[in-house]
Design a protein around this ligand. Structure first.
Ligand code: GUN
Ligand code: ZN
Length: 431
């Protein structure tokens, strides 16, 4: 039974800003109380002081000893690649041909799509992820399967049918006008239903014709609050291929801009091989980057330049990019983000890492008026983290400053640390 008014107690933290911009961005209550009314945040503060003013019969779930954070936001993931996670031996273009396209072809079967969608949504919840921007496949019914599964779990999910009309197997090919019409029907069916949204989803410029790219940009402009998602500048062979296919564009990113695909609520995965002019265009238009470290290491794609993106004012969120990425866990993804940045001579503080996984992701998706932290009125999606979930964590995690404890959690933690995931205040998954 959902409670109209209830509370959770524990060590609570969230962000009001990017810790790289403001020293007071992180808000922390060692013994905090989160008051929830009808699935939304009513108040947050120190537990003893708040409890003294609240009715004694208020139901309070006691998570003392655990950390309560806003639910994680995965800004780039492919649900249809769940079953090819950890496929050996290839870089991007060969990996697409050998593993990805055959796996996506199976989604012509709606029963297969429904089974994978249910597993995928449960796996997100098991990992503390409450919001995702996801690719489906070229098949419209694959979007129905994912959005139905997310709706049943009350998750925030934005997804789209892949647009792909060239350079791919015939079984996965749509047409410029057919893909546009199918996307439009899905928008009418799903966009704005409960917590669901639609994202226009050209896979990447090499698999769409000029006509399809133009119609994708047109569709994004036709509705005021649609998302658009794609991939750009991930792998050097891919960048060279895009340059061949679009010889008049200034850069690979410029292809998307030329077709009207840069703007608010557009999210581009990877963005490794961009230049300053590209990043300036993303910042000026409001387009966001999804940094996908496990994928970038696994596929040998390259090292993302977070400092440059930040200095140029581009929005950045974190993506697991399953199945190019190797984990559904946002904690494991932060672990590899730290290492990618080490290899690039850059430093990711634990505070910044958890900001990127929560409010940073919400800002990248332009959803920070609804989710991303515990500001009053926001949707009460949160994760309860067990800092002593394993014997090693129990030895390493219990002492030290908050920053030290957060760092240990992101380096050693994974799904075993997710004690519970709450959606709109109610438990959606419990360990
Ligand atoms: N570029 C185009 N398609 C894909 C995909 O499915 N995964 C990744 N990582 N990159 C892509
Ligand atoms: Zn991807």
């Amino acid at each position: 039974m959902p409670h109209a008014l209830h509370a959770v107690r524990g060590e609570i933290l969230h962000f009001l800003a990017d810790p790289a911009d403001r020293s007071d961005a992180l808000v922390h209550f060692p013994d905090g109380l989160l008051l929830i009314e009808n699935g939304h945040i009513a108040a947050l503060g120190p537990a003893p002081a708040m409890l003294a003013t609240l009715p004694p019969e208020l139901p309070v779930t006691d998570h003392r000893g655990k950390l309560i954070l806003p639910g994680f936001v995965d800004t780039h993931v492919h649900y249809a690649q769940t079953d090819i996670i950890a496929s050996h031996g290839e870089q991007l273009l060969a990996w697409l041909e050998r593993y990805t396209f055959p796996a996506e072809a199976r989604f012509a079967d709606p029963a297969h799509a429904a089974e994978v969608a249910a597993f995928f949504c449960d796996e997100l919840l098991r990992n503390g992820t409450t919001t995702a921007l996801a690719f489906a496949t070229v098949h419209p019914a694959s979007v129905d399967a994912l959005l139905s599964a997310a709706h049943a779990r009350r998750m925030r999910m934005i997804a789209g049918k892949v647009l792909m009309d060239r350079n791919c197997p015939p079984a996965l090919r749509d047409t410029a006008h057919g893909g546009y019409a199918a996307s439009k029907a899905l928008i009418e069916r799903w966009h704005g239903t409960g917590r669901l949204g639609y994202a226009v989803t050209p896979r990447f410029a090499p698999t769409s014709s000029d006509a399809q790219m133009r119609l994708a940009g047109q569709l994004y402009a036709e509705y005021p609050d649609l998302h658009l998602q794609s991939h750009v500048a991930e792998n050097r062979s891919e960048v060279a291929w895009a340059a061949q296919l679009y010889p008049t564009a200034r850069s690979y990113l410029d292809v998307y801009e030329g077709f009207g695909q840069l703007g608010p609520r557009t999210v581009f995965a990877h963005c490794i091989w961009l230049d300053d002019a590209d990043r300036a265009r993303m910042a000026a238009t409001g387009a966001a980057i999804s940094f996908c470290p496990t994928s970038n290491l696994f596929l040998g794609s390259g090292l993302f330049d977070l400092d440059r993106a930040h200095a140029q004012g581009v929005r950045v969120g974190i993506g697991t990019d399953v199945g190019g990425g190797t984990s559904f866990s946002m904690l494991q993804t932060l672990n590899e983000a730290y290492k990618v940045l080490q290899l690039n001579g850059q430093h990711l503080s634990p505070e910044r890492a958890f900001y990127l996984a929560t409010l940073g992701g919400a800002r990248s998706l332009y959803l920070d008026h609804r989710i991303g932290n515990f500001a009053p009125g926001k949707e009460a999606d949160f994760v309860v983290l067990d800092p002593a979930a394993t014997p090693l964590l129990a030895r390493r995690a219990l002492a030290g400053t908050l920053a030290e404890r957060l760092f240990v959690l992101m380096m050693l933690g994974d799904d075993r640390c997710i004690a519970a995931t709450h959606i709109l205040g109610e438990p959606a998954w419990t360990r």
